[in-house]
Design a protein around this ligand. Structure first.
Ligand code: PEP
Ligand code: MG
Length: 757
């Protein structure tokens, strides 16, 4: 049975459109079951009816349109109950409704299984027999399994049908993951790499030095091209985002990809082959990683490899003809592909693969370009030259939308522009509420070394510097001197403002390419402080580098990730003290009288166990910082990177809200500063709830700074307290979201959570 099922699913998967897919399903399922009839009905939720889309056995002419209203017949009953019906004599069932026009009267036994995709009933699969006999338990199980497997296939095939002009009964748009907020309208332009690694046929050479020369020339050309691309976008993105191009440049360095390629050439491979081999090696290492941020780096390496290849193949000459309102679409949009489209033409982007963690997504947010990622329902070719609306808030893409919808979105888009201008005009204002409650807004950093303070406006420091990001771009742990070079500019970049540097938070879900860790449950494994305390040599070197970088600046604070026990706090402090005395003594030897200050030490609250140890920990540290990303993951027991349970992962879950309220209340009693550095701080509704709870320090990605500041300036204690008492009574995250959205709408701030102003 399993192979029959697999064969059906494979065949249907390859069908070119919805009609052929459905025709194949009914034909193959009827043969496998040996039944007289097999049909597929799809639900049209707008018209509240089922449409008989394909049948093998009933008399359905090409031009016939057979429908059943919702609520009618056994088809509706199975869909409504969301379970199969197996009835020996269907005509005797009170819900039976005969469809005469297709000759249904000849059949008595009926087996109906609902087709459900992501909790939504897409339709039903129905088998019928002349004889009045119940289908066997095996037959029933087969139809149920087939319906479950076909749900995704049907959803995808339907989406393809939509694009090719097929009437779509229930879906008028494609959906992906929101990557950058905003609304874009334009013409799809398919971005393709100038050369592809997969097309390189491996070839050997007798003259490695000649090949090395060719390779080095191509690297130089690639470097120049990247510099031009970086210049092209420089005026549109924050400087931290431009660091993406530094990452590209450093990958080209001899010690990184360059070395790997030259070694392959020395082994006798031609330059093109060596590039292919080395890049594919790198890519597979990155792709094997569990952490979604690190996995996304595979895209950058592949992009870089294909750029070098295009120079080796002399294919870099022709400049594409971009439409005036260009929506860039690619299998995998890369940062450099994005930079290659003139800014005055680029309206939006859609990447069939990838996520909000990709460099392209980070750049799109920084450039204010609406973006949607992970649109897996449709092959690329179907979208070429189509007119699209891209809604970066909801992740929806409308393909060839009707005029009226287009018009509505045009209005929403112009309202967006007004909103963005208004918010940016108030960049220098302090973040404080209408009744004078000041909130310290800081930024999360990690990828960037510098950031453009002009663009940031008023902010109060770096609330979270994730040190693991620079660690991952190397082939070994960075030395103390290398780390000093990384940290010093970060500490200098804020002037006097504090910088909270977190000690290495790798291991488990964020392994380094050069330090693989294999665990069954990586999120519950050897992560963060657990790993670095087991390797004091790594921890001490890092802390020493931080302390040395802080000499003369004194704005460093050290943050410890993933703390679960008091012992971990004690041991970390012991090691920090050791590093401190070492650095101080060394400095005193070379500069008598010099001062090395001991930084404040804080602990991240991300493991729920810490909630019940706040008092004990508070006695040992200077501050707390709540990592809402991990706290949500651990409190709700939901893997934050697993798309299957993504629906459960929600920081607005009532349990999370009560935990957050508990933390801020307890910290106030203990007189211990507490801030928030997870994504929730930069979410418009999240910031509102957190400030209402009593948090006065929020750290967020730079792109959320302006709008959070603006929102806070439109709130007062009364509004916040009323809202808070309502949300704390909610029993479901959706209720919380709805209440917050309505409140933001009522305050004229709805444009921060949906399209429009
Ligand atoms: C968090 O968990 O909320 C956090 C800020 O840390 P990270 O996202 O780096 O795990
Ligand atoms: Mg965390």
């Amino acid at each position: 049975m399993l192979t029959v099922l697999q064969r059906i699913v494979e065949a249907v998967n390859q069908a070119p459109d919805l009609d052929s897919a459905l025709a194949l399903i009914v034909q193959k399922a009827r043969a496998a079951l040996g039944s007289d009839v097999c049909s597929v009905y799809l639900a049209d939720h707008d018209a509240q009816q089922f449409i008989l889309m394909a049948t093998e056995g009933l008399n359905l002419d090409e031009n016939d349109r057979v429908t059943l209203a919702f609520g009618e017949g056994l088809i509706s009953l199975a869909a409504q109950r969301e379970e199969p019906l197996n009835i020996a004599n269907a005509s005797e069932h009170p819900n039976f409704k005969l469809i005469e026009s297709v000759g249904e009267e000849a059949y008595r036994a009926m087996l109906v299984a609902p087709i459900i995709h992501q909790r939504k009933v897409l339709g039903v699969l129905a088998a019928q027999q002349r004889n009045a006999r119940a289908f066997s338990a095996e037959e029933e199980a087969f139809v149920v399994t087939l319906a479950a497997q076909l749900a995704t296939v049907i959803a995808h095939a339907e989406a393809r049908g939509l694009v090719s002009g097929h009437y779509s009964p229930w879906l008028r748009n494609l959906t992906g993951l929101p990557g950058a907020p905003g609304v874009a309208i334009g013409e799809a332009f398919i971005g393709k790499p100038a050369a592809t690694l997969s097309s390189v046929v491996p070839r050997r050479t007798e003259f490695p030095w000649r090949e090395i020369h060719k390779f080095r020339k191509a690297v130089l050309q690639t470097r120049m091209e990247l510099r031009t691309l970086a210049d092209q976008v420089a005026e549109h993105v924050a400087e931290d985002t431009l660091a993406i191009f530094d990452v590209y440049q450093s990958l080209l360095d001899a010690s990184s990809l360059g070395d790997a390629v030259e070694n392959k050439i020395k082994d006798g491979w031609m330059a093109q082959t060596a590039v292919k081999m080395a890049v594919e090696d790198f890519v597979s290492k990155f792709e094997d990683l569990d952490d979604s941020y690190l996995r996304e780096r595979a895209v950058d390496v592949r992009d870089l490899g294909q750029r070098i290849l295009s120079f080796l193949q002399d294919k870099n000459g022709n400049k594409p003809n971009f439409p005036d309102s260009c929506i860039l679409i690619a299998e995998e949009v890369t940062a450099s592909m994005l930079a290659g489209v003139p800014r005055n033409k680029l309206q939006g982007l859609v990447s069939l693969q990838g996520s909000a963690n990709s460099h392209a997504a980070i750049m799109a947010r920084s450039m204010g370009i609406p973006a949607v990622f992970g649109v897996s329902q449709v092959p690329l070719g179907y979208l070429a030259d189509q007119h699209l609306i891209v809604d970066g808030y909801s992740g929806e893409i409308f393909v060839n939308p009707p005029q009226q919808l287009m018009h509505e979105y045009e209005i929403l888009r112009s309202e967006e522009f007004e909103l963005a201008e208004m918010v940016a005009d108030h960049r220098e204002d302090e973040a404080c509420t209408l009744d004078g409650i000041a909130v310290s807004l800081q930024i999360n950093a990690g990828m960037n070394v510098e950031h453009d303070q002009q663009r940031l406006g008023h902010y109060e420091g770096i609330g979270l510097y994730r040190t693991e990001i620079p660690f991952m771009m190397r082939e070994r742990f960075p030395t103390e001197a290398e780390q000093y070079d990384l940290y010093r500019p970060v500490l200098e970049s804020t002037g006097q403002l504090p910088v909270v540097m977190r000690t290495l938070d790798v291991g488990g879900d964020k392994p380094l390419p050069y330090f693989p860790i294999h665990e069954d449950n990586p999120f519950l494994g050897w992560r963060g402080i657990r790993m670095t305390l087991d390797h004091p040599e790594i921890f001490l070197v890092q802390v020493r580098a931080m302390l040395r970088a802080n000499i003369g600046l004194d704005n460093l604070q050290i943050l410890l990730p993933m703390i679960t026990t008091l012992d971990e706090v004690d041991e970390s402090i012991r090691l920090i003290n050791q590093a401190y005395f070492e650095v101080r003594n060394e400095l005193l030897q070379s500069q008598p009288g010099a001062v090395v200050s001991r930084p404040k030490i804080g602990v991240m609250i991300e493991v729920p166990a810490l909630l019940y140890q706040l008092e004990a920990v508070a006695k040992k540290v200077d501050f707390f910082s709540v990592g809402t990303n991990d706290l949500t993951q651990y409190l709700l027991a939901v893997d934050r990177n697993n798309s299957r349970v993504a629906g459960l992962y929600d920081s607005f879950h009532p349990a999370m809200l009560h935990a957050l309220q508990f933390i801020v209340d307890r910290c106030r009693e203990l007189n211990k500063p507490v801030s928030i550095c997870g994504e929730m701080a930069g979410d418009p509704g999240g910031a509102l709830i957190l400030v209402a709870m009593g948090y006065r320090s929020l750290s967020m990605s730079t792109h959320n700074l302006d709008k959070t500041r603006w929102i806070l300036r439109h709130l007062d204690s009364e509004i916040m307290q009323t809202l808070l008492s309502k949300v704390m009574q909610c029993t479901h995250p959706d209720q919380v979201r709805r209440i917050v959205r309505l409140k933001l709408e009522a305050l004229g701030l709805g444009g921060f959570v949906r399209a429009g102003k």
